[in-house]
Design a protein around this ligand. Structure first.
Ligand code: PLP
Length: 412
C-alpha cells in the first residue's frame, strides 16, 4: 500500500457545515411544519442576469458551427475577457492583460497559489478566516501541529475582534505570505486606504507577499474603501489579487474568476550558499497553470465578459443591491437588539458579536429553536470567531424579511 500525504490527516474535519446540517435536520424532524430560513448560506439565490444568459446561449450556439466551435482555449484565459477586465477595473492601476489569469473561480486560485512558495514558508492569516487559506497550507505541510486552542503551531494568526474593530494588527514575526480578504468573509469588515497602505508598506519592508482576496469587491458602497490593492502605491511589487464572478454576478454554479499576478511581483530562488536570484511569480504561475489547468470554458468566459458590458453592469449592480438590502435589514435587526454588528455595508456578511461572549453554538441553537432561522456559528471560522455569529444577505428577499420579523420577538 502506498503512503498518503499525511498532512491531510492534520486537517480538522469539515465539522462546521455537517454539524449545522445535523442540527437543522433534527430541528426539522421535531418541527415538520415550521419553515426554516437559511441566512447562513454563502451561496447566491437570484438567477443569472439576462445579459449573462444571452451571452451564454449565443456562445453555446457558436459551438454548433464550424467557424464558432472552440476546443482547448488559452490556459490564461481568452484575451477578450482579460481585456474587458482591464478596461473595467485595472487600466488606471498599471495592470496589463498579460497579468490576468482567468480561472474557474477564486477558491482554486487562493488554494493553489501557495504552491509557488517553498514548503517552509511562513504564512499569516486573520482569525476568523475563510478556511481555504489555512487548509491549503496545512495540506502543503505548513501547518505544524494543531494546538488545543484550535490553532496550527506553524501559522501566524492575526486576531480580528470587536476590540480592534476587526482590523488586524501587523504581525511582529515576519510572514512570507500574508492572506488578506477585504471586504472580509466572515466579518464583513473592510480596510480603508490608510489601513491597506500599512500592509503594503509592511510587505515591502519585510519582503512578504500579500495574497489579496477581493472576491467581495463589488459589494463596497463607501467611497474611501479601495476595490483593488493596486490602488495603493507600491502594491504591484508585493501583492497578487484574486477576484470572482461568483457573488457579484451569480456565477457560483457557472464558475469563473481570475488572479492578477503583476510582472513586478517576484520571489527568491536559492542558488547555493548566500546567493539568491529573483523569480517572477507571474512566470511561475503561468508555468503552473499551463501544466495543471486547461482553462475556464469558452462559453463561461463569454458569459463573464457580458458582466462587463454596460447592460451587464447595470444588472449585476441590481443583483448586488438586492443582497445588500437583505444585509442591511439583518444588520439593523441585530443592531436594534443592542448588539455590536459589523459588516452589511460594504459586504454581504453581517457579523454579530454576542452579548457576554455567548457560545456561538449555543446562540445557533437558541436562534433556530426560537425563530427557525439558521446562521453560522463564528467558532467555525477560527478561535477568535467564538462569541460571534455570521448571517448573510444572500437569501431571498421575502425570506429575509420574514426572518427579520421573526427576530423582533427573539431574546437570547
Ligand atoms: N474567497 C472568499 C473570501 C470567499 O468567501 C469565497 C466563496 O465563498 C471564495 C473566495 C470562492 O469564490 P469562488 O466561488 O470564485 O471559488
Amino acid at each position: 500500500m502506498s503512503f498518503v500525504n499525511a498532512n491531510y490527516l492534520n486537517l480538522p474535519g469539515s465539522y462546521l457545515f455537517s454539524e449545522i446540517a445535523r442540527r437543522v435536520n433534527a430541528y426539522v424532524e421535531d418541527n415538520p411544519k415550521r419553515k426554516i430560513i437559511r441566512l447562513g448560506i454563502g451561496d447566491v439565490t437570484s438567477p443569472l442576469p439576462p445579459a449573462v444568459i444571452t451571452a451564454l446561449s449565443r456562445a453555446v450556439d457558436e459551438q454548433a458551427t464550424d467557424s464558432g466551435f472552440r476546443g482547448y482555449g488559452p490556459e490564461q484565459g481568452y484575451l477578450f475577457l482579460r481585456e474587458a477586465v482591464i478596461a473595467d477595473a485595472y487600466r488606471d492601476l498599471g495592470v496589463g492583460a498579460d497579468e490576468i489569469f482567468v480561472s474557474d473561480g477564486a477558491k482554486c486560485d487562493v488554494g493553489n497559489f501557495q504552491e509557488l512558495f517553498s514548503a517552509d514558508s511562513k504564512i499569516a492569516i486573520t482569525d476568523p478566516v475563510y478556511p481555504v487559506y489555512a487548509d491549503s497550507n496545512v495540506m502543503a505541510g505548513r501547518g505544524g501541529p494543531l494546538g488545543e486552542d484550535g490553532r496550527f503551531a506553524g501559522i501566524i494568526y492575526l486576531p480580528c475582534t470587536a476590540e480592534n474593530a476587526f482590523v488586524p494588527a501587523l504581525p511582529e514575526e515576519r510572514p512570507d505570505i500574508i492572506y488578506l480578504c477585504y471586504p472580509n468573509n466572515p466579518t464583513g469588515s473592510v480596510l480603508d486606504r490608510g489601513e491597506l497602505k500599512k500592509w503594503v508598506d509592511y510587505a515591502r519592508e519585510r519582503e512578504s507577499v500579500i495574497f489579496f482576496d477581493a472576491a467581495y469587491e463589488a459589494f463596497i458602497s463607501e467611497t474611501d474603501i479601495p476595490h483593488s490593492i493596486y490602488e495603493i502605491e507600491g502594491a504591484l511589487e508585493v501583492a497578487v489579487e484574486f477576484r470572482s464572478y461568483s457573488k457579484m454576478s451569480g456565477f457560483t454554479g457557472l464558475r469563473c474568476g481570475f488572479a492578477v499576478v503583476p510582472r513586478a511581483l517576484s520571489g527568491r530562488a536559492a542558488l547555493g550558499g548566500e546567493k539568491v536570484r529573483k523569480v517572477a511569480l507571474r512566470d511561475l504561475w503561468m508555468r503552473r497553470q499551463t501544466t495543471k489547468y486547461n482553462g475556464c470554458p469558452y462559453i463561461v468566459q463569454r458569459a463573464a465578459e457580458a458582466t462587463h458590458s454596460p447592460e451587464g453592469k447595470r444588472q449585476c449592480a441590481a443583483l448586488i443591491g438586492g443582497y445588500m438590502q437583505n444585509a442591511r435589514l439583518i444588520r439593523e435587526a441585530f443592531a436594534r437588539k443592542g448588539l455590536v454588528v459589523s459588516g452589511g455595508i460594504n459586504a454581504p456578511y453581517v457579523w454579530v458579536t454576542l452579548p457576554g461572549g455567548t457560545d456561538s453554538w449555543r446562540f445557533f441553537d437558541a436562534l433556530l429553536r426560537e425563530t427557525g432561522v439558521v446562521g453560522t456559528p463564528g467558532a467555525g471560522f477560527g478561535p477568535s470567531g467564538e462569541g460571534c455569529f455570521r448571517l448573510t444577505g444572500f437569501g431571498r428577499a421575502e425570506d429575509t424579511i420574514e426572518a427579520v420579523e421573526r427576530l423582533e420577538n427573539f431574546t437570547l
